[in-house]
Design a protein around this ligand. Structure first.
Ligand code: SAH
Length: 448
């Protein structure tokens, strides 16, 4: 029996999907944040369930050669960069292992080509989107497993200018008498501050997410910010009056400038609106897109689907490599961006449609007889809906390129496809999120 407040000396036998160290004490599983496979650790049990519990590092008795000093002083209090105590090489090895292990769990000893991860040259300050909760006069991050905001001067994975703008705008909002939202009684107003920067253009958008429409000192804030941040192209207020963990509401009011910013990826320009999804690490995104398209080995005469297409980035990259592209996306604002982006880039062979892929694709296939030679999917963390997979299975495309930010649902969906006429050929991990335990993967499947 393992109890809270007991101390043990344990061997870390593995790292789990969130980077956590895993130890066994007579069959009992103990999760130890910040511990690395191979280390011997003195732990304090901080939470004990029946068959598993959580331990805190008291002392590292035998250090892993992969251990480095975390660069961020907030490393221990913030749940963001959970791998900062591992060298970047070790982080990459961990991610390759994570992808392999998870896929093998679903596929058994199925054989396919596994490529080493595409890492990032400088794995810091890569994010183009800073999104911070505000609470009780503070802006920062939630401490792990809570909604308590901890202030932070500098974030090592964030764009520096975006980070500065987020904090400066918050300071002004407080100065002009606005109050932070209090989720315990739904009072107050400022909920989150979000800043997006086009890493290749420098253009910045500030989004102030509020509980109510009322906002104090707007004019003064705009005057100050536009003087201090020359590349500030857009200030938008987004209103979210719901009691929810979803950050943004549906209503946007443009307070200053345009209601979008522009960024470039590859040879294309992309307009990005506040409610549209845009990949957070543009350097790695280019690598991701080029690699995925290369892996598809297109001849030029294909019809391709880009499902979960966002603002049409993959569609645009695909447009010059095939005859016709259909892009499908559920967020209306994103599809509007996608259509404008195609025009902006002089692309005329993409047909963008708004709706849920699992509803639209069966309809397009059954009612309009539209099918694809190559299907690209890039779903959110929950993966593809089985209705969509069933239609793809019926449609029998030659190839499928599955881009995924969650290897667990990737494994589940690949297993379903493999059981239904597809063969998994190749998997390529890409490090879109250095210092975190997240990993992006590209999987190529072919019809058997
Ligand atoms: N391929 C794009 C976006 C990927 S993120 C890019 O690389 O930028 C996943 C996208 O799927 C988001 O834009 C989200 O709005 C959209 N989405 C979520 N559920 C969906 C569904 N059921 N059908 C279609 N799109 C969906």
């Amino acid at each position: 029996m393992i109890n809270k407040n007991e101390e043990y000396i344990v061997e870390i036998i593995d790292n789990g999907i969130d980077g956590e160290g895993i130890a066994k004490i007579d069959g009992y599983t103990l999760f130890v944040d910040g511990a690395i496979k191979g280390e011997k650790i003195k732990v304090l049990v901080v939470k004990a369930n029946k068959t598993y519990g959580y331990g805190k590092i008291l002392e590292i008795i035998e250090k892993s050669p992969d251990r480095v000093e975390p660069i961020c002083p907030q490393y221990k209090r913030c749940g963001g960069c959970v791998l900062q105590h591992m060298s970047y090489e070790a982080q990459m090895r961990y991610k390759e292992e994570k992808v392999k292990k998870t896929l093998n769990k679903f596929l058994g000893d199925y054989s396919y080509q596994f490529n080493s991860i595409i890492g990032m040259g400088i794995p810091y300050n890569y994010r183009n989107k800073a999104q911070y909760p505000c609470q009780n006069g503070k802006i920062g991050f939630y401490s792990p497993r809570t909604h308590d905001v901890i202030e932070n001067d500098y974030c090592y994975i964030q764009d520096e200018e975006a980070d500065k703008l987020a904090k400066r705008s918050f300071e002004l909002l407080m100065q002009f008498g606005n109050e932070c939202y209090d989720e315990t009684n739904a009072s107050g107003n400022i909920r989150h501050i979000m800043v997006r920067i086009g890493k290749n253009t420098g253009e910045m958008m500030l989004v102030i997410i509020t509980n109510k429409e009322e906002l104090l000192g707007t004019e003064e804030m705009i005057d100050t910010l536009k003087n201090e941040f020359a590349n500030l192209k857009s200030i938008v207020q987004n209103i979210n009056s719901k009691s929810t963990n979803i950050i943004m509401g549906q209503k946007c009011i443009t307070l200053y400038g345009e209601d979008y910013i522009v960024d470039t990826l590859g040879e294309y320009n992309f307009k990005i609106s506040p409610l549209s999804f845009y990949q957070v690490n543009p350097v790695q995104t280019e690598a991701l897109y080029y690699t995925a398209i290369e892996m598809a080995d297109l001849k030029g005469d294909e019809t391709a689907f880009d499902l979960y297409c966002g603002i049409g980035t993959i569609s645009s990259f695909l447009s010059s490599k095939c005859k016709k592209v259909y892009g499908v996306e559920i967020v209306p604002e994103a599809i509007e961006d996608a259509k404008e982006n195609a025009q902006l880039n002089n692309i005329s062979n993409i047909d963008f449609r708004c709706g849920a892929a699992e509803e639209l694709i069966p309809k397009m296939y059954e009612e309009e007889n539209i099918s694809a030679d190559v299907v690209f999917v890039d779903p959110p963390r929950k993966g593809c809906d089985v209705e969509l997979l069933n239609t793809i299975i019926k449609m029998k495309p030659k190839k499928m390129v599955y881009i995924s930010c969650n290897v667990a649902t990737l494994g589940r969906d690949i297993k379903y496809l493999v059981d239904n006429g597809f063969e998994l050929k190749e998997v390529q991990p890409v490090d879109q999120f250095p210092q975190t335990a997240h990993v992006e993967s590209i999987a190529v499947l072919e019809r058997r």
